[in-house]
Write a protein that binds this ligand. Structure first.
Ligand code: DHB
Ligand code: FE
Length: 435
């Protein structure tokens, strides 16, 4: 079932949603560039030349040169961004708003002094609303979740691959645990991986701490975490599906941060390397989904599990027949700091894997304190696995899961490596629908 975008029917109004944002990305970023005096000076000296320095579409350039704000809004511009452009040209908000109404500046000002525009006659037309809701055309298909992958993301694993040391006695047993996974990944290649990971003080420092951040951009380069960027490809995103997921999840009350530009660190690239090996280009699109597990309070297991359930509904309500895998990364037990560094709890890890398969709802109730105490301070990364588990269709009785692979090994660097692969078998007749 398509998402409710009835707001598109409000007359004379363009709601700035993720779809508009993607359409107007460079236009709005151009506007932001006018927030420095030096750029304004260059812009005013030669508008054409300045605009040519931005990857704008012809219709966007035309709108700006014609001072046509309605056209700029249609082309994806947002008024708060466009106001920077207007300010550079010496226009006030009232002049800008008035210019879009077909009135003269004086007429518009007089209308505002007279109490403003009446809402009467400016609501959604009932006939238009009925016609929109009467459309019976069912979607040609919908997206499906084909499986889940859970894996640790230790940076030293990436380094072992990058420096061709995977056959060394220390590393050999780690990589042996992923031999099945590589075959499974080749045979079950999705169109898109929704990859849940945590950024490790790489893209987000202490100036910005989003609890949940969804990557809605087109591409993300590999981060330099201090050793130089890993020699692996950057990832290609899926802005269209990501915009759909943003709409659906935020409508479900998950207050996401949307990220169009960031670098991605080992939390995301190491799982891709483990599953897809040494490749020139990742074989599918990847939607990055970051969870804050660095600064407390971090989201609870229950919140992550609920988000996973909402994510399944979001994915299955996407009207394109794409195959999606959901990956949960990080963990297992490890502590990277202080006198307790090196803590490993194999028993707790294995019980976590058992419960992740058989009792995920119960597992989601485990408090942070238990993760920290039993699995080490950085073992808290495991809450992210509950997002991927929550997205499996058995959770709401809409299908079944099948365990394809399970692996646990100690150590990789400071960490216990845990890995699980689930196939997801939704019942064909029961795709999730948005309530
Ligand atoms: C290690 C593990 C991690 O999950 C991480 O993010 C950084 C380092 C480690 O074991 O060295
Ligand atoms: Fe980590």
């Amino acid at each position: 079932m398509p998402l409710d975008k009835t707001y598109k029917l409000v007359p004379g109004t363009t709601v700035f949603d993720a779809e508009q944002s993607a359409k107007g990305y460079h236009l709005n970023q151009f506007c932001m560039s006018l927030m420095t005096a030096a750029n304004r000076e260059r812009f005013l000296a030669d508008e054409h030349a300045y605009l040519d320095g931005w990857p704008l579409r012809e219709e966007q350039k035309r709108a700006l040169l014609d001072r046509d704000l309605n056209a700029a809004v249609r082309a994806g511009g947002n008024i708060y961004f466009l106001a920077k452009w207007g300010a550079a040209l010496g226009l006030s908000f009232q002049q800008m708003a008035g210019s879009m109404t077909g009135m003269t500046e004086q007429e518009y000002r007089a209308m505002m002094v007279g109490g403003g525009r009446s809402v009467d006659g400016n609501r959604i037309d009932h006939a238009v609303l009925e016609a929109a809701h009467a459309d019976p055309t069912p979607p040609a298909g919908h997206a499906t979740i084909t499986g889940a992958v859970f894996t640790s993301h230790v940076p030293a694993i990436g380094a072992a691959m990058d420096h061709h040391r995977t056959d060394e006695p220390y590393w050999q047993p780690v990589f042996e645990g992923y031999e099945f996974s590589r075959r499974w990944a080749r045979e079950n290649l999705p169109d898109v991986v929704f990859l849940v990971y945590n950024d490790h003080a790489t893209a987000f420092d202490l100036s910005l701490i989003p609890t949940f951040a969804l990557g809605t951009g087109a591409a993300y380069p590999t981060a330099d975490e201090g050793y130089g960027p890993r020699p692996v490809p950057g990832i290609e995103g899926d802005p269209d599906l990501a915009a759909h997921l943003a709409h659906s999840l935020i409508t479900d009350d998950f207050d996401l941060t949307l990220v169009n530009e960031m670098t991605v660190d080992h939390g995301l690239t190491v799982p891709l390397s483990l599953m897809f090996g040494d490749v020139e280009k990742w074989p599918c699109k990847v939607i990055p989904f970051h969870v804050n597990v660095v600064q407390y309070p971090v989201p609870s297991g229950a919140r992550c599990f609920a988000l996973g359930r909402s994510l399944r509904r979001a994915i299955e309500s996407y009207d394109r027949p794409v195959k999606v895998q959901v990956w949960g990364t990080g963990g297992m037990s490890h502590q990277l700091h202080g006198p307790r560094a090196g803590l490993i709890n194999q028993e707790w890890d294995n019980a976590f894997l058992d419960r992740l398969v058989d009792d995920p709802a119960g597992l989601s109730q485990v408090p942070h304190l238990e993760y920290v105490e039993e699995a080490g301070s950085e073992g808290i990364e495991l809450v992210m696995w509950l997002i991927a588990r929550g997205a499996m269709s058995d959770i709401d009785g809409a299908g079944e899961i099948e365990v394809r692979h399970r692996f646990h090994h100690v150590p990789a660097s400071n960490t216990a490596v845990g890995h699980l692969i689930l196939d997801n078998h939704p019942r064909a007749e029961a795709p999730a629908v948005k309530e």
